[in-house]
Write a protein that binds this ligand. Structure first.
Ligand code: ZN
Ligand code: ZN
Length: 226
């Protein structure tokens, strides 16, 4: 296997185009200083605000052209009716989003039942974020459809990390470790992210896969340049 470079990749970050505190450029600058190689800006979307994606992309182009960090335009489909998750994914891609994540059935919010299942069955979805008490059947489908499951660094969402890590390991589904950053202090170093993987019960090798190999696999699958 190629030598891994321990630089942070984080595919779940909110800017003030949804409920984050910072502009895309402010996030990118802080992430660059903290040793990030690649981040995705994944603001919450439903049908009301898909048109914010092109605005974020303009800032992302400025960042990628001038700074030593790679920023990806994404979107987090959030609390959408289960029936339209796939359609919203398509629409977000039409607006330029390169990475689609879905706000999964976290233990700390009343996310509609069926959100996890609809997400792992959607060809538009790259990552199912904080999927709570996801079932073994849903993890199997995620694996078949190359959808990556998230371990969350965020308080509350992280309550089910141990469950998600255990099932993903048993079934050999892909994991990623994201922060779900809303505030500048939510960004973390590679070493801290590694501790979150180990703390969820992953071994060292699976933790490094979740931190480095799996995000790169997503970029390759979606033809995102890096
Ligand atoms: Zn949020
Ligand atoms: Zn979320």
């Amino acid at each position: 296997m190629a030598k891994r470079i321990n630089k942070r990749i984080d595919f779940h970050i909110h800017s003030l185009f949804s409920d984050g505190e910072l502009l895309p450029s402010e996030i990118a600058r802080r992430a660059e200083v903290l040793g990030h190689e690649t981040i995705a800006i994944t603001d919450h979307v439903d049908s009301s605000n898909l048109d914010t994606i092109p605005k974020v992309i303009k800032a992302i182009e400025d960042i990628n052209n001038n700074w030593d960090i790679n920023v990806i335009a994404g979107a987090e489909i959030t609390h959408a009716p289960v029936e339209i998750i796939d359609k919203l994914g398509k629409e977000a891609r039409n607006q330029g989003a390169e990475l689609i994540i879905v706000h999964g059935e976290t233990l700390v919010e009343p996310v509609a039942k069926g959100t996890n299942l609809a997400s792992v069955n959607s060809s538009e979805v790259d990552i199912l974020a904080h999927p709570g008490l996801i079932t073994p059947e849903e993890v199997e489908i995620a694996k078949e459809n190359n959808i990556t499951l998230e371990l969350s660094g965020r308080k509350g969402h992280s309550l089910a990390n141990g469950h998600v890590a255990k099932l993903a390991t048993e079934i050999n589904a892909d994991l990623i470790i994201n922060t779900d950053t809303h505030s500048p202090d939510d960004l973390i170093t590679f070493e801290k992210a590694k501790k979150i993987g180990l703390g969820a019960g992953l071994n060292e090798e699976d933790t490094l896969k979740a931190l480095i190999d799996n995000p790169k696999k997503i970029m390759k699958k979606s033809n995102i340049k890096f």
